[in-house]
Design a protein around this ligand. Structure first.
Ligand code: NAD
Length: 302
């Protein structure tokens, strides 16, 4: 029979992910600190819980989708306010944390749960709210092979591409490597487009040229940062929706922390982090991350 799933954290990402589990006919019990978020999912067929202890009752699988590492650690290992799920989950329960957090916290939580016979994988996602809604997320998993195998059928109901990156924490490392590279591509594409505009070129024409040349990259293919080059992307909708500057800033902070720990050299990532931090300070934290383009266009003479 189908596993009983508990879903904790029903924000921008968690709510549509939980909904896809329901649509697939799964039994899902949900919890969020915001009662409205729980009520919405209950309307769509979930059973709702009034507390975090209630939501995990009889759970075979627990999925969490929370903002940051401190929330994940407090949920599972406990905080001053409450004891963690570590002391209430049934033996052999499979815990899937899909939040984007630091690898060290993922490893700490996973190791602690293992001492109680509980299984944990880190499974951060790529694909944004659009991917969460469409059920086409990419899951990047760190943990034991057997736990990855057991999680697959559930992850496949919410995502399309599911990777096993390596041991505990490896999912988080792979995820922030990707986002660091993405930020570098976004900044580089933005300055190149503005350079072309400043020299009298049409950004649409130069985008087409670069797409068929060696500067081709994901941002030019699917997410052009210059307004009105592409329809239906955040840059053509006043940078609304999409992936927030402040979330990119958070991921770059995680990437830089990781680089310090492993003594890796990441000059491009470090520069991108500074630029995104400045962009956020200038009041753009809630805009889509492609709005970094305006940092170049505003200071241009054209
Ligand atoms: P969000 O802020 O919209 O949602 C987080 C939810 O968690 C909120 O509803 C909040 O009330 C709830 N919450 C916090 N602490 C809780 C607790 N102790 N118990 C129960 N509920 C709790 O965030 P989001 O956009 O859904 O992102 C979640 C995670 O996914 C983040 O780590 C983010 O970096 C990552 N992520 C987001 C995107 C995106 O495009 N939004 C894409 C990929 C990954």
């Amino acid at each position: 029979s189908n596993p009983k799933i508990s879903f904790i954290g029903l924000g921008n990402m968690g709510a549509p992910m939980a909904l896809n589990l329901l649509k697939a006919g799964m039994q899902v019990c949900v919890f969020d600190l915001m009662p409205q978020a729980v009520a919405k999912l209950v309307e769509q067929g979930a059973s709702g819980a009034a507390s975090v202890l209630e939501v995990v009752k009889d759970a075979d699988v627990v999925i969490s989708m929370l903002p940051a590492g401190k929330h994940v650690e407090a949920l599972y290992l406990g905080s001053e306010q409450h004891g963690g799920l570590i002391s209430v989950l049934a033996k052999n329960c499979l815990v899937i944390d899909s939040s984007t957090i630091d690898a060290a916290t993922a490893q700490k939580v996973g190791k602690a749960l293992a001492t109680q016979g509980l299984r944990f994988i880190d499974a951060p996602v790529s694909g944004g709210v659009g991917g969460a809604t469409a059920g086409t997320l990419t899951f990047i998993v760190g943990g034991e092979q057997q736990d990855y195998q057991d999680a697959l059928p559930v992850l496949q109901l919410m995502g399309k591409n599911i990777f096993h990156a390596g041991a505990l924490g490896a999912g988080q490392v792979a995820k922030i490597c990707n986002n660091m590279l993405l930020s570098v591509l976004m900044v580089g594409t933005s300055e190149a487009l503005q350079l072309a505009i400043d020299n009298g070129l049409d950004p649409k024409v130069v985008s087409d040229i670069m797409l068929q040349s060696s500067g081709r990259n994901w941002t030019l293919e699917l997410y052009n940062p210059c307004p009105d080059v592409m329809p239906n992307v955040p840059s053509s909708k006043a940078y609304q929706g999409g992936f927030m500057v402040d979330l990119m800033k958070k991921d770059l902070g995680l990437a830089m922390d990781t680089a310090v720990k492993s003594q890796s050299s990441t000059p491009m990532g470090s520069l991108a982090q500074s630029l995104y931090a400045m962009h956020s300070l200038q009041g753009n934290g809630q805009l889509d991350f492609s709005s970094i383009f305006s940092m170049f266009s505003k200071h241009s003479n054209k």
